[in-house]
Design a protein around this ligand. Structure first.
Ligand SMILES: [Fe+2]
Length: 198
């Protein structure tokens, strides 16, 4: 189950009032990227849009790091939107290993065990991969190159032993979608060149 576009937009708007910040613009741009890519490769554009829009919805509870994944999962499950709930957990783990995490562990040991086990056992589907990718194709200003987003994220969170492996996995996902579609994903993201100037 997943919400309508209208319901998802309403949730993001409310969340932005609870915890105002650039994160909501990032979510909107990730949603637009996901919708555009989905439309070209036989996925459901509405599902892709709402998954992109709500992947960081856990940030509604305030400024947090790893906790935003758990809070988002719990909130989406409460709403009955299980197909978005899983995205709240998977979107931060291109390597499918909860230990390969950039954010601070502001969660309880029990939440940590749940997250670790969830990520270990889940089989990523096309939507999990799409949102992992689109999280890195969108910033506050609009669409952006993976390279730019990676440097931005690394400047904010720092370098980890798995940093390059995460980048490589995300590039591999981009290439998977490009093979399905038969063109560069960047050609599907209008105005992406503006990221050179921001
Ligand atoms: Fe994100």
């Amino acid at each position: 189950m997943y919400p309508t576009r209208e319901a998802a937009l309403f949730e993001l708007e409310q969340a932005g009032q609870l915890n105002p910040g650039p994160w909501t613009a990032h979510c909107l741009h990730a949603a637009q990227a996901a919708e555009r890519i989905a439309a070209r490769c036989g996925l459901n554009p509405d599902k892709a849009f709402v998954c992109g829009l709500l992947h960081d919805i856990g940030r509604r509870t305030g400024i947090c790091a790893t906790r935003h994944m758990l809070d988002g999962y719990a909130y989406m499950m409460e709403k009955g939107w299980d197909e978005v709930a899983r995205i709240c957990l998977t979107h931060s783990f291109p390597l499918q290993d909860a230990a390969a995490n950039l954010g601070k562990k502001d969660i309880t040991p029990e939440q940590d065990r749940f997250l670790t086990e969830y990520i270990r056992q889940v089989t990523y589907d096309a939507y999990d991969k799409l949102i992992i990718l689109c999280d890195s194709l969108a910033d506050v200003n609009g669409f952006c190159l993976l390279e730019k987003r990676f440097v931005d994220t690394t400047r904010r969170y720092g370098v980890f032993p798995f940093t390059v492996e995460r980048w490589n996995r995300t590039f591999a996902i981009k290439e998977e979608f490009e093979q399905r579609i038969g063109c560069s994903l960047y050609t599907l993201l209008p105005g992406i060149e503006n990221c050179l100037y921001t």
